[in-house]
Design a protein. Structure first.
Length: 533
């Protein structure tokens, strides 16, 4: 065996490999793990060019993967004033009054629906602090926004419109647009007018973001979009100069109205790839969000909404999934409400056993037990984001819970029930909907609250995962979700050398400590992309 490029020694190695669950040393050559054992076992692989890293006191795990993220599109979604810390209307008004103007625009992102204190979203609440500037404020869910009167004027929005997908322009009783834009097609009317960064600036921000993600222990991400279509060129341009800090797997969107030619183009896109990125799978939306009234529910929410699918003709969604399945393309479907999840499961069940190609359901925020069990029985991957619970409250006084009512709010994010039923559960952040720090994902999966938020009552605490389950969610189960379980998700010879070293054991350490664990080393494709040792 040739000398190793990289030799990691002294760590407690949690391999997640049943053949050898633990070790103390790992050798890496040409981007792959070549040997796993003790330092003495691997001593013969040390050559003159081998980089040796002593990880004494650290715990080495398979590289952590965010199973649902938007690192490229998220740069656009997180542009402008950071409103994630705003808690009430006064705070919002103050933030907008002092926000920077870019080409005359005021933009903001990450605003919690709860900041409005139960008031309907209306531009009249903030118009006077904007000084006539066009403004576009994204709500944290990524599916709704508030636009000022000047922004509506620039977009030519004077009243309601019909869309091919489930989207709407909210209007008051007099037909006046309130500025509340619900779902993608409506938001894009204004969003497409916003100032855009130059290509070089966009590339710089992306590399910085991915490096920051790697510093939290991430080695990869399942990217649930292909942005504006220029993302492959963007990633290729980065790889002309350097290597990406994270391995990216991108899923382009399939929206209502897609015809056969559009579906065939999505199949063709699966061939697009670079050294550390590739297109893999297709992303669908079966509904929107609870707070926006667009989650598809088996019975109306407490505002009488939530009875419609994102695809006006759900049968067309089913036909599109079947078309892609026949072409060997896996799908990931955003489905938050119980009716949306049920339709996705019906669609997958109708596929039969052909090829055992796995399909995914993203988010699964509220479902009855029968659907949780059915997800496992059908072999559908459950992809969930534990940190989304931070937008809800255990006493159901938040907008998400008030929309659903106590019964449905009590079955929020049933992570443990899905694992106990035997489902594969891939975990992610959905950045920029929640922070990309994967340590927060690991900790919140165990705590059902954010780490360090000691005074916060856990949301549906019975759904907490064990430390090992949480780690599997961002390693071995994430690998299954990508169909990469034979090359990723464990530390074993022949597997990718994507590795994360923590200063403590993320499985056994208290969850609050794991949420801010020192990251000693992050290795992507055999290359050290973050080092603190």
């Amino acid at each position: 065996m040739p000398a190793a490029d990289l030799l990691l020694t002294g760590a407690r190695v949690r391999t997640l490999d049943p053949a050898r669950p633990e070790a103390t040393a790992v050798a890496v050559t040409d981007g792959l793990v070549t040997a796993v054992g003790d330092a003495a076992d691997l001593a013969g692989l040390r050559g003159p060019g081998t980089e040796v890293v002593d990880l004494t006191g650290a715990t080495l795990t398979p590289g952590l993967v965010d199973a649902h993220s938007h690192p490229v599109w998220g740069l656009e979604m997180s542009a402008g004033e950071d409103l994630t810390g705003v808690r009430d209307l006064d705070g919002l008004r103050a933030a907008l009054a002092s926000a920077a103007r870019v080409d005359g625009w005021v933009t903001g992102w990450g605003l919690d629906h709860n900041a409005f204190g139960g008031r309907p979203l209306d531009r009249a609440l903030v118009e006077d602090v904007l000084g006539g500037a066009p403004a576009f404020i994204r709500l944290y869910d990524g599916h709704s926004a508030l636009a000022s009167g000047a922004a509506l004027d620039r977009a030519g929005i004077t009243g309601p419109r019909a869309f091919a997908q489930r989207s709407s322009i909210a209007c008051d009783a007099d037909g006046r647009p309130t500025g509340h834009l619900v779902e993608h097609a409506a938001m894009d009317l204004v969003g497409d007018l916003l100032p855009k960064p130059a290509p070089a600036e966009r590339r710089r921000r992306l590399v910085e973001l991915l490096a920051s993600m790697a510093a939290t222990g991430l080695t990869g991400a399942h990217v649930m979009d292909l942005g504006d279509g220029t993302v492959p060129d963007l990633l290729a341009s980065v790889e002309e100069e350097t290597d990406l800090p994270l391995r990216l797997r991108l899923a382009p969107w399939c929206m209502p109205g897609a015809d056969t030619a559009s579906l065939d183009e999505l199949v063709r896109l699966q061939k697009e790839s670079g050294r550390l990125w590739r297109v893999g799978g297709v992303k669908f939306f079966m509904d929107g969000t609870v707070e926006g009234g667009t989650a598809w529910l088996e019975r109306p929410d407490c505002h009488g909404e939530g009875t419609d699918a994102f695809w006006p003709d759900p049968a067309a969604y089913t036909a599109a999934v079947h078309h892609l399945h026949r072409a060997g393309v896996g799908t990931a479907t955003h489905a938050i409400g119980d009716a949306a999840v049920a339709h996705v499961l019906d669609t997958v069940e109708a596929l039969g056993e052909s090829g055992r190609l796995r399909h995914r359901v993203e988010h699964i925020e509220t479902v009855p037990h029968r659907l949780a069990t059915r997800i496992a029985e059908l072999g559908v991957i459950a992809s969930m984001q534990p940190t989304h619970t931070a937008y809800t409250r255990a006493d159901h006084t938040d907008e998400w819970s008030k929309r659903l009512g106590d019964e449905r709010a009590d079955r929020a994010w049933r992570c443990r029930d899905l694992r106990d039923a035997g489902a594969y559960l891939a975990l992610g952040s959905d950045w920029p909907i929640a922070h990309y720090d994967v340590r927060q994902v690991l900790a919140t999966a165990r705590l059902r609250r954010l780490p360090g938020a000691y005074d916060t009552e856990p949301v549906t605490g019975a759904q907490a995962l064990t430390g090992l389950m949480a780690l599997e969610g961002v390693t071995s189960h994430a690998a299954v979700a990508a169909g990469e379980q034979h090359v990723a998700g464990r530390i074993a010879p022949g597997y990718r050398a994507d590795l994360t070293a923590f200063g403590l054991d993320p499985v056994d350490a208290p969850a609050d400590e794991a949420g801010e664990a020192p990251v000693a080393l992050t290795v992507t494709g055999g290359r050290i992309v973050h080092r603190a040792v």
